[in-house]
Write a protein that binds this ligand. Structure first.
Ligand code: SF4
Ligand code: SF4
Length: 286
């Protein structure tokens, strides 16, 4: 069994990459057997990073910091969790799936709907696998999105929201910045799913190479682009940002078609495809 004594960041990154590359769960079994996701990006954050408290302040008391998650998940450990960490990953959506969604103008392609449903099931497998991988090596580890304490709640500040945000965790772990369409633009683009675990294991944080939380979006860094505004069939994106309620109403319209898709949660993702940030950080024209 690979220990987590020397270079644990490499051991964990290798294991995430291995699982994504080898697991049958990462295969489009209903289409052609190609993967849902390409090689992942992995980032690490200090669970005590002050940004988690800032996120709590902006979302509300409902949001749980990593330390609160560890305390609630492992009450038998009477500790301040010094050295605890967050491990975050980005699963870039496979090229043929992105291509299929580019052609759509109102509802997602079948491959995109499968990715949102069955690809996310694989992401859950990865969450469980990595939590078990580290737990088995002696460090208490939990996947917040899979835990009984995970919930979605209406808030006064940001509408319906969950008490753990995979995208915010990825942002703190140096993996990307937020966009006009409220996605996260990573080195592999905005068309991705992300996941995380919180662990008592001490890991070296990944440097955040950005100065601003919206740095990778052309609209915010140079006042250009705005392509996602026209891509949204519901009018949920404007120069003022993303309207969660309008987006949600469109997602509900698509949910009614779940049976015909044979996918419980078809999603949408039109604003993540056929846009300059789809699969990379778009280049700012000076
Ligand atoms: S399409 Fe353009 S404006 Fe919209 S999120 Fe991507 S980079 Fe930003
Ligand atoms: S903002 Fe919502 S409704 Fe609009 S394209 Fe994106 S996911 Fe679809």
């Amino acid at each position: 069994m690979a220990a987590l004594t020397e270079n644990p960041e490499k051991t964990i990154t290798d294991e995430i990459e291995r699982f994504v590359s080898e697991s049958p769960g990462n295969r489009q079994s209903k289409i052609d057997g190609s993967p849902y996701f390409e090689t992942p990006l992995v980032g690490y954050a200090d669970a005590h990073d002050p940004l988690f408290k800032e996120i709590k302040k902006s979302i509300g008391d409902f949001y749980l910091t990593p330390i609160e998650i560890l305390k609630q998940s492992f009450p038998e450990h009477n500790t301040a969790w010094v050295g605890a960490s967050v491990i975050s990953w980005v699963l870039p959506i496979y090229k043929s799936i992105r291509k299929s969604n580019r052609k759509e103008s109102r509802h997602p392609s079948r491959a995109w709907a499968y990715t949102r449903t069955y690809g996310e099931e694989f992401n859950n497998m990865l969450r469980s696998h990595i939590a078990a991988f580290i737990n088995d090596r002696g460090f208490p580890t939990a996947a917040p999105s899979l835990m009984p304490l995970f919930s979605v709640c209406p808030t006064e500040t940001v509408g319906f929201t969950s008490n753990w945000s995979e995208r915010h965790a990825a942002y703190v772990a140096g993996l990307g910045t937020f966009s006009l369409s409220r996605g996260l633009i990573t080195r592999k683009g905005i068309a991705m799913r992300c996941g995380s675990v919180v662990t008592g294991l001490k890991l070296t944080p990944t440097p955040r190479v950005y100065q601003d939380y919206r740095q990778n979006c052309l609209f915010y860094n140079s006042g250009t682009c705005g392509k996602c505004i026209a891509r949204c069939p519901a009018g949920a994106i404007s120069k003022d940002g993303h309207n969660k309620d309008i987006c949600m109403a469109h997602l509900m319209e698509i949910m009614v078609m779940a049976d015909s898709y044979d996918a419980a949660i078809p999603g949408c993702g039109l604003c993540q495809t056929a846009v300059p940030c789809e699969a990379e950080i778009p280049v700012k024209v000076e």
